[in-house]
Each structure stands twice: as structure tokens, then as C-alpha cells.
Design a protein. Structure first.
Length: 250
């Protein structure tokens, strides 16, 4: 099993509908972005979204994100609402260069090729995802993808339907994923060596705890994969009530 392709490796971000460049902004209501970001926070800018926020990103441009935070001190906080990103090689959440995104009770969906629900890159970047839902439909579209930085999921649900997609993947030295409770469902088949419920690769770290459930239905897709990375979870004999269920169906 090789390392999944580097996703969204581009530092050029289009202008955004809501652009916090060192400023503090709020986001609410319906926001539609075409070939650009919907929310973008840079230079210690902050954006706060409430439960009326309904974001859709359309078009054909790559690297067009629902919410993107870049740089130390940049922060996006989301409380409820929905995000749908229909562009290829994009993501609902994009966290880079030491920025932070916190999302609670948000419904995320991507439909494009190579478009994860959340993408976390660079040292110091952090995403805290609580009681959210992630649904990805495109090929090679992971639920949550960490190449560096830290992602903490609590009570969230993840569902991927595209082939070659991981539910959660921590890939790269300094990438740390912690999943507490919630569920991960992978329906797509393995493609080109890519695809499983959860994976730690290339020095990445992944911990499942607190009753996290992984269900894998795609052909040849393993429930968990470790390739030069580390994974940890309670053994069935130690914590029967916290065992990860990996269902294989073809």
C-alpha cells in the first residue's frame, strides 16, 4: 500500500465571498461561491459562523474551499449549518500553516474528484470537529485527511462513497488524528491501492477510542491500514464495548 497522493498541495487561494484578512467577521445565511472560496481567514483574521449558515461552492476550479484558514492566529469557528463543495480537488474545510478551524454540529458534503471533507496540512495546524457529519462522493475523496498538524474528532460521522477513499487518513510525519466515538463508513472499493476505513501512513499517528465504529463495505477495502505509521485502539478482549466493528462485504 503506497502513500495516498498529496492532496490540495497548492498555496494559491482564490479570493473569497467572506475574506477576513486580519479582521474579525461573522458569517450567516446562504452563501454561494463560484470558483472561489466561500470563507477565507488569513493574517490572524477570524470568521464565526452560526447555525443559519448554508454554504455552497460551485464551479470547475480546483482549490476552491468552503472554509479555509491560513497562518498562525487565523481562526474559523462554525456552529451548525451546512457546507457543500462541488468543485474538483477542493474541500469543505482547509487548514494550513498553523491556522485553526473548530466546527460543531455542521453537515459537510463534497462531490468532486479528490475532494476530502476536511484537509489539515502544515505543522501547528489544528481542526477540532465535534458532532459533525462528513459525506464525500468523489473518487479519492477522504472524509478527513491530515498530512501534518492535528485533527480531533468527537462524536462525528463520516461516510465516503467514492472508490479509493479513506474515512480518516493520517499521512506524514507530524500528522496526528484522534477519533473519539462517532462512526466511519466506507462504501467505495479500493482503487490503485487507496481506500480503507482508517489509515496511518508515512509516520502519521491515528488513535480510535471511546466506541468509535468503523464499517467498511467496499470490495477489498480493509477496515484499518498502517504503513510506516502508527494506529492504536482498544483490543476486543480488553474493552468489548469499545471494539471497532469492521464489516467486509463484497
Amino acid at each position: 500500500m503506497g502513500v495516498l497522493m498529496t492532496m490540495l498541495a497548492c498555496d494559491v487561494h482564490a479570493q473569497a465571498v467572506i475574506y477576513a484578512n486580519g479582521t474579525n467577521l461573522t458569517a450567516s445565511g446562504t452563501i454561494t461561491a463560484t470558483n472561489q472560496n466561500a470563507l477565507l481567514a488569513v493574517n490572524k483574521g477570524t470568521i464565526t459562523g452560526n447555525n443559519t449558515l448554508n454554504v455552497t461552492v460551485n464551479g470547475t476550479n480546483t482549490f476552491s474551499y468552503g472554509a479555509s484558514a491560513i497562518g498562525v492566529g487565523s481562526l474559523i469557528t462554525l456552529n451548525g449549518g451546512t457546507f457543500v463543495d462541488n468543485n474538483p480537488t477542493s474541500a469543505d474545510l482547509d487548514v494550513r500553516q498553523g491556522a485553526t478551524i473548530n466546527a460543531t454540529g455542521v453537515a459537510f458534503r463534497t462531490t468532486g474528484y479528490n475532494s476530502p471533507g476536511a484537509y489539515i496540512a502544515d505543522p501547528g495546524s489544528s481542526a477540532t470537529l465535534t458532532n459533525d457529519s462528513f459525506n464525500t462522493a468523489g473518487q479519492y475523496s477522504n472524509g478527513v485527511d491530515i498530512t501534518q498538524g492535528n485533527a480531533t474528532l468527537s462524536g462525528s460521522s463520516i461516510k465516503t462513497t467514492g472508490v479509493g477513499s479513506f474515512g480518516v487518513i493520517s499521512q506524514g510525519s507530524g500528522a496526528i488524528a484522534t477519533v473519539t466515538g462517532g462512526s466511519i463508513t466506507v462504501l467505495g472499493a479500493v482503487s490503485g491501492g487507496y481506500g480503507s476505513g482508517v489509515a496511518a501512513e508515512n509516520g502519521g499517528s491515528l488513535t480510535l477510542q471511546g466506541g468509535a465504529i468503523v464499517n467498511v463495505y467496499g470490495a477489498s477495502a480493509p477496515g484499518a491500514l498502517a504503513s510506516a505509521g502508527t494506529q492504536s485502539w482498544p483490543r476486543k478482549t480488553e474493552q468489548p464495548d469499545r471494539w471497532i466493528s469492521c464489516s467486509m462485504r463484497r
